[in-house]
Design a protein. Structure first.
Length: 451
């Protein structure tokens, strides 16, 4: 089979699988606040034409005042480039770029694989969280494709262009800084020429980004960096937590957040040890990425995680490094296939959790489908979970139970709803979070109280 046919086959299977999943699950609700926040950014931009979200729901730290305006603390780039797609295609347009990102990743894997393209590309997509993020409204897969594109350009000695592409990836996600640093370290360790050309290409686009961020947000790296670094700095234990730890946060709220270490959630990564690859540049890039990424993270704000999302850009490189095990020996091939199967099982569990979380959010959206003027909640992620009705009704966040106006309210209904648990692998919803929905007799407000 010719390589073009192989690429077309992998891309077709990926696109059909993604479309089938998206067609059978709600597309107006989201996995977590990160995606809901981006949708609020998108809707606000379409309505006002600006980056400021002055009517943003004031809950948690995801919306921050900078100067005279309120902004999301996430980069606005992904919502901005998605906005015209949403305006023309509706909710399907939200997922076009994530799908394109995964398909581009499959395409860019080709020049790095001399043989066994189909099994390697399929493993990279379906035995890792990459496909999961293909059907989620998030910029992860696009950032992966840009990072991989930068790496491919470096291998072809197009260093300046590689730096430019890496900088674009950095504008989408801050892991791009790790990508740039890892490539620079690999160039230096392997004594390849062109480090300055690569950095020049990156700085050409990063410098204007830093100036814009400093002007608008008061920080050259943007609001996310400003807020995130204020929560807590890196610890040496980050390497254990983010690379090897199985699960964390036994508290009720954190039980709804799925967290797991890099190695345990990516069984295929173990195959690199069996492959014993000789590509020093590849290995140094991977090793530097694994060492540096945890130092950019903290343990105070994990976020809603499926798999090691901060390491996603390393997945294609790890697959390239592990691919030789398929031909090294029968034993190594058997172990690698077993690791791939384990990865696929984990990702099926993730897709099930995603579907159940979306069903919960859809039920919540229906529960507040009453002609009330505002929604009052003491759950910080509810405003972003209800992003689909942003701009239609005010959502008021209260920090304490005694701030919730209970006296004029009448009980409407109660239901124990299932949300995402923090138990990896098993994929079972172990935690139950009761949401009480109440409304006053005049339907002035709907109150969501989390217990």
């Amino acid at each position: 089979m010719q390589r073009r046919t192989e690429i077309a086959l992998v891309c077709a299977i990926t696109a059909i699988a993604a479309i089938a999943i998206l067609a059978t699950q709600p597309r107006d609700v989201f996995w977590g606040p990160d995606s809901g926040n981006r949708f609020i950014q998108l809707r606000s931009f379409l309505r006002t034409g600006g980056l400021a979200i002055d009517d943003a729901p004031q809950a948690g730290h995801h919306f921050v005042r900078s100067g005279e305006h309120v902004y999301s603390f996430y980069s606005p780039l992904f919502p901005l480039v998605t906005a015209p797609l949403y305006a023309s295609l509706g909710t399907w347009g939200l997922f076009l770029l994530p799908i394109i990102g995964t398909l581009a990743t499959a395409l860019l894997l080709s020049p790095l694989l001399e043989r066994d393209y189909i099994p390697a590309a399929a493993a990279a997509i379906f035995a890792t969280p990459l496909f999961w993020y293909t059907v989620v409204f998030w910029e992860h897969t696009l950032a992966v494709a840009l990072s991989l594109g930068a790496y491919v350009l470096v291998t072809r000695n197009r260093l300046f262009a590689a730096g430019c592409v890496a900088a674009v990836g950095t504008a989408f996600r801050e892991e791009g800084y790790v990508v740039i640093a890892a490539i620079v370290v690999a160039l230096l360790v392997t004594r390849r020429p062109g480090v300055m050309r690569f950095l020049a290409g990156a700085l050409l686009l990063l410098a204007p980004l830093w100036i814009a961020n400093a002007t608008i947000y008061g920080h050259p790296l943007g609001l996310h960096a400003r807020v995130y670094t204020s929560m807590g700095g890196p610890r040496l234990s980050n390497w254990w937590v983010y690379l090897f730890e199985f699960s964390r946060w036994p508290r009720t709220m954190r039980d709804t957040l799925y967290t797991q270490g890099f190695v345990l959630s990516l069984p295929l990564s173990v195959a690199v040890l069996l492959a014993k690859p000789r590509n020093k540049f590849l290995l140094v890039t991977i090793a530097t990425g694994l060492l540096l990424t945890p130092l950019l993270l903290n343990q105070e704000d994990f976020g809603i995680i499926w798999g090691p999302r901060h390491f996603l850009w390393l997945i294609p490189l790890i697959v390239v490094a592990a691919a030789p095990t398929l031909r090294r020996s029968r034993a190594s091939a058997a172990v690698t296939i077993a690791l791939v199967v384990a990865g696929i099982v984990i990702q099926f569990a993730g897709l099930r959790l995603l579907r159940e979380k979306l069903a919960f959010s859809e039920a919540l959206l229906r529960a507040v489908d009453l002609p009330a003027k505002q929604i009052v909640t003491d759950v910080f992620w509810i405003p972003e979970d209800l992003a689909a009705i942003y701009g239609q009704r005010a959502i008021v966040f209260v920090k304490r139970d005694d701030e919730i106006p209970r006296s004029p309210l009448v009980f409407v209904g109660s239901r124990a709803t299932r949300v995402v648990s923090g138990r990896p692998l098993a994929g079972r919803i172990l935690g139950r979070m009761p949401i009480r929905v109440a409304a006053d007799p005049m339907l002035e407000a709907i109150v969501l109280d989390c217990r």
